[in-house]
Write a protein that binds this ligand. Structure first.
Ligand code: AP5
Length: 221
């Protein structure tokens, strides 16, 4: 009988603007596993006008974190879907130690986690987020070549509602206080890797590929 391929379960950690979403999408596409972004899920709820979206919008626009129990429930539910059984890439989750311990419990029987921490200096993050434009219709991140309209659906480009400078500064403070401690939480694990995210996207992609391959093979880079 053919051997079952072990699931590839990856967490992209890092501050706002580090490139978690960009890299998670690339990684998921290459490995044919879902990218699960809690930020995207929340923005879809906002767009749909649900009760969760209404409550989450105020929190997100202030640069704060949505409550742990709500987010943990969303991720637990999402990981039960059939497409996540061969693995997944988490983008933006976990973000607190409480979320990380909940994720560890969810991983029972699913294989290990590879944790990739993307490091970028603060001033670069502020510049990137100030420049970011997204499609108002489909939410796609606009690469530089999309100047006025979305290259996927033709929708108008706009700044994300939490990308104004004062909210970005608040998000960075929240990151330092609540999410950076996850580096300590994970760093002693043999499958934890730090990547220099202040390089061109393709270079970061190649570094993540090499780091995940090495982590899976049990080799320290
Ligand atoms: P979320 O959407 O997760 O935002 P974030 O973590 O602040 O991350 P960003 O999407 O801003 O950045 P990113 O690291 O994904 O970078 P990206 O690839 O987009 O969360 C939003 C909010 O939702 C939170 O503030 C919170 O309120 C709530 N939330 C979400 N998850 C939660 C949770 N688990 N618990 C509680 N609340 C939660 O890139 C950014 C820009 O840089 C883009 O323009 C991109 O093109 C560019 N870029 C990317 N890589 C490079 C590169 N190498 N060089 C140059 N430019 C680059």
């Amino acid at each position: 009988m053919p051997q079952a391929v072990p699931a590839l379960n990856v967490v992209m950690l890092g501050p706002p603007g580090a490139g978690k979403g960009t890299q998670a999408e690339r990684f998921a596409g290459r490995h044919k596993i879902p990218k699960i972004s809690t930020g995207d899920i929340l923005r879809e709820e906002v767009q749909a006008g649900s009760e969760l979206g209404r409550v989450a919008k105020a929190t997100m626009d202030a640069g704060n974190l949505v409550g742990d129990d709500v987010i943990i429930g969303i991720v637990r539910h999402r990981l039960c879907r059939p497409d996540a059984q061969r693995g997944f890439v988490l983008d933006g989750f976990p973000r607190t130690v409480h979320q990380a311990t909940a994720l560890d419990a969810m991983m029972d029987g699913r294989g290990g986690l590879v944790v990739v921490d993307i490091a970028v200096p603060e001033e670069v993050l502020v510049r990137r987020l100030a420049a970011r434009r997204i499609c108002q219709a489909c939410g796609s991140n606009a690469p530089v070549e999309w100047t006025t309209a979305c290259g996927k659906c033709g929708g108008p480009l706009m700044q994300r509602s939490d990308d104004g400078e004062s909210v970005v500064r608040e998000r960075l403070k929240v990151y330092l206080r609540q999410t950076k401690p996850l580096v300590d939480y994970y760093s002693a694990r043999p499958t934890f890797r730090t990547i220099d995210g202040n390089q061109p996207p393709d270079v970061v992609t190649a570094a993540i590929d090499a780091a995940v391959d090495a982590a899976v093979a049990g080799v320290r880079l």
